[in-house]
Design a binder for this molecule. Structure first.
Ligand SMILES: [Zn+2]
Length: 227
């Protein structure tokens, strides 16, 4: 199974991917983790990526694709993977298609209002990257990561004035991807209109969408051809 979780920042795709991947025994691959790994290990590609990130710019496609290519060749990706936050653009999707076929794209469809509310209360573990917020994804102990007890901090790109900018960038660059994958009949929408929806509820809606998609594919294959 090779799946992509698409959605604006704050749509819950990262949380959904991290909880769903173990159910299918595949890794959850986020661009954030790829960057963290390459930057911590100070690989050449990591150092290049760091320069762009420091300037608040998007890391160029060839760098991200390079990291991803290495990652999906590892042993734990033999049965597939879930990509979170990648691809971001149509050129990236075209590059990805050269590396591997994907079998489903989950499109997390969440309103700006909900995204802004979630992101403006979002905190990230400075140690492991786990994300929390004060609407639906509250840490058990205030200021402390549930997973590793690391300190929770607000990332610079979750500051309110940066959020609208990220949303606009998402719409401009990533939203056309949905059409790109719709043309390949690979998209399932998961819509969230409830600001109080919990992470568990989001995970369940995504699991339902995966199940529906899989049974639709099966039906298509089993429907006798009437020609
Ligand atoms: Zn942590």
């Amino acid at each position: 199974m090779r799946k992509i979780f698409l959605g604006p920042p704050g749509s819950g795709k990262g949380t959904a991917a991290s909880r769903i991947a173990p159910k299918f025994n595949v890794p959850h691959i986020s661009t954030g983790d790829l960057f963290r790994h390459n930057i911590t290990e100070e690989t050449q590609i990591g150092l290049e990526a760091k320069d762009y990130m420091k300037r608040g710019e998007l890391v160029p496609d060839e760098i991200v694709i390079g990291m991803l290519k290495e990652r999906i060749q590892e042993d734990d990706c033999q049965e597939g993977f879930i990509l979170d936050g990648f691809p971001r653009t149509i050129p990236q999707a075209e590059q990805l298609a050269k590396l591997t076929d994907m079998d489903l794209v989950i499109n997390m469809d969440v309103s700006d209002e909900i995204v802004i509310k979630r992101l403006s209360s979002r905190v990230t573990c400075e140690n492991c990257g786990e994300i929390f917020n004060l609407v639906g994804l509250i840490p058990k102990n205030e200021g402390e990561c549930d997973k590793c007890q690391g300190k929770l901090i607000r990332r610079p790109d979750d500051e309110p004035e940066v959020i609208q900018n990220r949303l606009n960038m998402y719409k401009e660059q990533t939203a056309p991807l949905i059409n790109f994958y719709k043309n390949k009949n690979l998209v399932k929408d998961v819509t969230c209109t409830n600001i109080n929806q919990t992470a568990e509820e989001t995970v369940q809606s995504v699991l339902n969408a995966i199940e529906n998609f899989t049974s639709e594919i099966k039906e298509t294959l089993e429907t006798p051809n009437n020609n």
